[in-house]
Design a binder for this molecule. Structure first.
Ligand SMILES: NC(=O)c1ccc[n+]([C@@H]2O[C@H](COP(=O)([O-])OP(=O)(O)OC[C@H]3O[C@@H](n4cnc5c(N)ncnc54)[C@H](O)[C@@H]3O)[C@@H](O)[C@H]2O)c1
Length: 372
């Protein structure tokens, strides 16, 4: 990943916000989902600042693997014959402290061997079957990666004495929540997709391991992430593709559905803050070393307003159609209350939509976009 895309001031802030001990004593960190949208940036930034990083991903076909290979290549992970072989180690040519291996997290033996030989200090678990609509046709993919795979990571942390796990949850856990802002204190018992249900389960599973085995677990609820190298199944990329191909964009729920779009650098920065953060059990109910944080921009907007902003940045009008129906599985709105992460981790998202879209479209139109 081109770390120069990552805002310099963020990096400065990251570096200055860590105490000397962390800077001098970098960690060995496993990043799962390292060919993914978020994982690739996380792995690169950690490697860039000096941590020893191992990236894992099974490079599944949920969307174009071409994009996953291109992200890996940006991190210096390259293959000779257009394919990254399973189980083979790849040394990054950009970062001597970054290695990648292709494997599936639900391969219990492989994960166990990996943990046994690598001795990680911390794990950042981002690999998952993402996407809401996809779960209607492929429910068992969610069980495989998000439940069995997640359990393998927890068990490996348990038996190989990894004391810090940061994992991806999602704003979708808030389901039918009607509150103005979604707070971590709100109930999460109304999921409307199997994806959301799997993320709720992950939070419960991690709480159990934190309680029983003292593993410090931080779950991060990401809110609609966008930016360069983004996912082709999500609206920013879908909309840009339709504009480029002069095709009609369908705006479900008459374009009135609301999303709290959050720029990738804010997400990556938040993940790294959480990874560096020493969990304070005083903040944790019942002194269980487990904490959930929202990471969202905090400025939710209607989808039709988002499309207008994207058109403006793209420099072209779209053809769109307002569709009354809200597809089952989609929530009506998401909106992050970020006061907890601001007060406990001193992390505040800083990217506004205009600047974030500027970076996204710049990348989208560039030769770096392999799907263009
Ligand atoms: N992008 C968002 O808006 C968003 C929002 C909320 C939560 N999240 C969560 O953040 C995490 C990262 O999301 P992303 O947007 O980067 O998604 P992504 O699909 O781009 O990345 C996930 C990566 O995990 C890999 N993977 C999936 N199943 C695997 C398995 N069984 N074994 C090994 N690797 C596997 C995939 O190949 C992919 O490269 C996911 O857990 C996702 O649920 C993302």
């Amino acid at each position: 990943m081109d770390v120069r895309i990552i805002d310099e001031t963020n990096v400065q802030h990251l570096k200055s916000s860590q105490d000397d001990a962390i800077l001098k004593n970098m960690c060995k960190i496993l990043v799962t989902g390292a060919a993914g949208f978020i994982g690739a940036r996380v792995a690169c930034l950690l490697a860039e600042r000096g941590d020893e990083v191992v990236g894992v991903d099974n490079i599944n076909g949920f969307y174009y693997v071409k994009l996953k290979y291109a992200r890996l290549k940006e991190c210096g992970v390259e293959c000779e014959n257009e394919d990254i072989l399973r189980g083979k180690w790849y040394q990054s040519t950009k970062f001597p402290n970054y290695r990648f291996v292709r494997l599936s997290i639900e391969s219990k033996e492989a994960i166990n061997l990996l943990f046994g030989s690598e001795h990680f200090d911390k794990v950042i678990h981002l690999a998952a079957q993402a996407g809401v609509q996809f779960s209607k046709k492929h429910p068992y993919e969610y069980m495989k990666s998000n439940l069995y795979g997640f359990e393998d990571i927890l068990e490996a942390c348990r038996w190989h004495k990894v004391n810090k796990l940061v994992f991806a949850s999602s704003s979708s856990v808030y389901g039918m929540n009607q509150n103005e802002k979604f707070s971590e204190e709100d109930p999460t018992n109304t999921p409307v997709s199997l994806y959301a249900a799997s993320k709720i389960a992950n939070e419960a599973m991690a709480h159990c391991y934190a309680h029983q085995y003292g593993i410090n677990c931080i779950g991060l609820r990401f809110f609609t992430v966008y930016g360069p190298w983004g996912r082709p199944d999500m609206s920013p990329m879908l909309f840009a593709d339709k504009i480029r191909k002069n095709k009609t964009i369908k705006l479900y729920g008459k374009g009135e559905m609301i999303r709290d779009f959050t720029y990738i650098d804010d997400i990556v920065h938040g993940v790294i803050c959480a990874t560096d953060y020493e969990l304070n059990v005083k903040h944790c109910p019942n002194k269980v070393p487990f904490r959930i944080y929202n990471i969202g921009n905090g400025h939710p907007i209607k989808m039709k307003t988002f499309l207008e902003a994207l058109e403006k940045t793209y420099g072209e009008k779209s053809k769109f159609k307002l569709i009354k129906v809200v597809r089952s599985g989609d929530v009506i709105r998401t909106s992050a209350d970020t006061s907890r992460i601001e007060s406990e981790l001193h992390f505040k998202p800083k990217w506004n939509l205009e600047d974030g879209l500027e970076e996204f479209i710049k990348w989208y139109k560039s030769d770096k976009n392999p799907l263009k």
